[in-house]
Design a protein around this ligand. Structure first.
Ligand code: ADP
Ligand code: ASP
Ligand code: MG
Length: 594
């Protein structure tokens, strides 16, 4: 019998009428011949209210008690939903995360799912019930209640769909589907019918709050088609599916994280191991670090900058300060007034000229980019918070996202595994091993065909990156990684990599632009090695970048440039260290390689 999982978010169960409307959707799906599992969030803003209440009692509420408190919101709504279904004359049973057997680790407020037992769920479904699962919660090995992080009901839903081998996971929410960017932020955003897992993973982790990014990890790992649609109407929404099924556009969406903080550590020694020492205490706290950049060293010292979610900046600074006591260096800047604007598209991996278009349009709008990082399918720029909205609107229109016309209703694809391991095999492996949300790495690769150019001390003002990369694109050079780091209010370093056969052409352009703008110097290295780890959910698994830094530090290999994304982490090292580096990484991640 077909099985669907239907998830209803907070606004979709905000009052009794909405609960009844959701109940009717579930009943209808059952009448159409499906077994139905509902996953329900807390009503309306209930979770926010509980957080506020906790903060009134205690400025830093213990995480365990926070979970105990927040999980009650979902318990209220599942019970009401079961009552609503009963009132319509159908059978329903509500279950908490613990009652289902959603086992998690013990990282309170950001727990990861380890295993889900399906016996009870299946028995209840077979007996004709609609099963209503509390979203966002689980239980650890000591029976403590845990929660999966804000927005985590999506993850519960897709995880249940994965273990039950559901035909579809429907995410009912307060928008019609997935838009090119948040339609509440930019009214000109357009709906898209299909997005692929990798794009959605990036968008979600770069600020598109419509999906919890870890839910998309599950979707990708277990090939669950996710259908995002409105709980208020019956119009078809958007689907998140495998990349083969979507058109790969250079830019298919844009996102904004308003609550970002930039932390710069000054005067740290430019030697192997520094990066690892700075970031490992932050990773231990499971704080997601993004946009890691470092400057050209001066007198053996360098500046390392990175961004973290604003709410976690104080903790991150405290953790790094401890490392600096041993390492040397100082926290030079903590800027809580920055936002990250990103564009994402599978097609940009195959095209030149995407980054310079973004830089040019921001320069024309007089928006300064404090930091830039790119990876295969995304470009992020850190800007002052006051220019964030302008920046988002400008890039959104530059890539004509406001002109996209949504195609016809999406077709939910049949679940296939393309000759790979069956869903049962993957679930069994993960359930038995380190857990369902355990890190899974697809590939560890060495690319030793590139060169690097760094322009140091360029004026930190709008237009330079645009000019440089416009000229580079005109010269037909295919730029791979771009990193602009922060040196001070006034100056920045810009590093980029390109195929070695285009090195001379790129160097010529860099020298010309350097002379025009009065930058200090152009530094370059003809033979570099780019080491990459690719997989699913790599940025949210804070341990991946750290594992790479550790393995390379242990082998005394210095890291020159870093790039993080959800699907890939890249580091650039000296060309001579490539072969040793790749061996170290293979060893480090042996257990996580599929
Ligand atoms: P729920 O409570 O149903 O989980 P959320 O508030 O978590 O709902 O997610 C839905 C919201 O996500 C929308 O109201 C919208 O403002 C926001 N959003 C952010 N980015 C996007 C996007 N790219 N497409 C659609 N909605 C988005
Ligand atoms: N109720 C939780 C929250 O508000 C989980 C969710 O809605 O997904 O974050
Ligand atoms: Mg949500």
């Amino acid at each position: 019998m077909p099985l669907v999982v239907q998830k209803f978010g907070g606004t979709s169960v905000a009052d009794s009428q909405k609960i009844l409307a959701a109940a009717r959707k579930a009943v209808r799906a059952q009448q159409q011949g499906n077994q139905v599992v509902m996953v329900v969030s807390a009503m309306g803003k209930n979770t926010d209210d509980l957080v506020a209440l906790a903060n009134e009692v205690n400025e830093r509420p213990p995480a365990r008690e926070m979970d105990m408190l927040l999980s009650t919101g979902e318990q209220v709504s599942v019970a009401l939903m079961a009552m609503a279904i009963d009132s319509l004359g159908y059978k329903a049973v509500s279950l908490t995360g613990g009652q289902i057997g959603i086992k998690t680790d013990s990282s309170h407020t950001k727990a990861r799912i380890q295993s889900i037992s399906t016996d009870r769920l299946k028995a209840l479904l077979d007996a004709g019930n609609i099963v209503i699962a509390a979203g966002f919660q689980g239980i650890d090995e000591n029976l403590n209640i845990t929660t999966l992080g804000r927005g985590g009901s999506d993850t519960t839903a897709v995880a249940l769909a994965a273990v039950l081998d559901a035909d579809e996971c429907e995410i009912y929410t307060d928008v019609d589907g997935i838009y090119t960017t948040d339609p509440r932020v930019l009214p000109e955003a357009r709906m898209v019918r299909q997005v692929c897992y990798d794009e959605m993973l990036e968008l979600a982790s770069l600020g598109a709050g419509v999906m919890h990014s870890r839910s998309v990890e599950f979707g990708k790992k277990f090939n669950v088609p996710i259908h995002v649609r409105s709980s208020l109407s019956d119009v078809p929404g958007s689907i998140i599916v495998d990349d083969a099924l979507t058109a790969s556009m250079a830019v298919s969406g844009a996102a904004l994280t308003k609550d970002e903080a930039l932390i710069s550590v000054f005067d740290v020694p430019d030697v192997p191991g520094t990066i690892h020492k700075i970031f490992s205490p932050i990773a231990d706290l499971k704080i997601t670090v993004d946009m890691i950049v470092q400057n050209v060293a001066e007198n053996g010292n360098t500046t390392v900058s990175f961004t973290v979610p604003r709410g976690e900046a104080a903790e991150a600074v405290e953790a790094v300060s401890h490392s600096l006591e041993e390492l040397g260096g100082r926290i030079g800047l903590v800027d809580q007034d920055v936002s990250k604007v990103s564009v994402v598209g599978l097609g940009m991996a195959k095209q030149t000229g995407v980054a310079n278009r973004m830089f040019r349009t921001l320069a024309e709008a007089s928006v300064n980019m404090e930091i830039i990082t790119t990876s295969e399918i995304k470009i992020s720029a850190l800007v002052k918070r006051e220019s964030a909205l302008k920046a988002l609107r400008t890039v959104h229109s530059q890539f004509e996202l406001d002109k996209i016309v949504a195609s016809d209703a999406p077709q939910i694809p049949e679940r296939t595994n393309d000759g790979g391991p069956s869903v049962e095999d993957v679930v069994r492996r993960l359930n038995e091993g380190m857990g369902m949300e355990a890190l899974m790495i697809d590939d560890i690769a060495l690319d030793d065909s590139q060169s690097r150019i760094t322009m140091s001390k360029v004026p930190n003002e709008p237009g330079i990156a645009a000019k440089l990369f416009d000229r580079i694109a005109e010269a037909g050079v295919f730029v791979d990684m771009i990193v602009q780091s922060y040196a001070s209010e006034k100056i920045a370093d810009i590093t980029f990599t390109m195929p070695r056969e285009q090195f001379e052409d790129a160097l010529k352009v860099a020298n010309q632009v350097c002379a025009e703008f009065g930058c200090e110097k152009v530094e370059s290295k003809k033979t570099i090695a780019k080491l990459s780890v690719s997989g699913v959910g790599l940025r949210s698994h804070t341990g991946v970048a750290i594992g790479m830094f550790k393995a390379l530090a242990d082998a005394s290999i210095n890291i020159e440039t870093i790039n993080t994304s959800e699907v890939r982490v890249n580091v650039v090292v000296d060309g001579a260290s490539g072969a040793t580096g790749i061996e170290c990484l293979r060893h480090q991640f042996a257990d996580a390689l599929r």
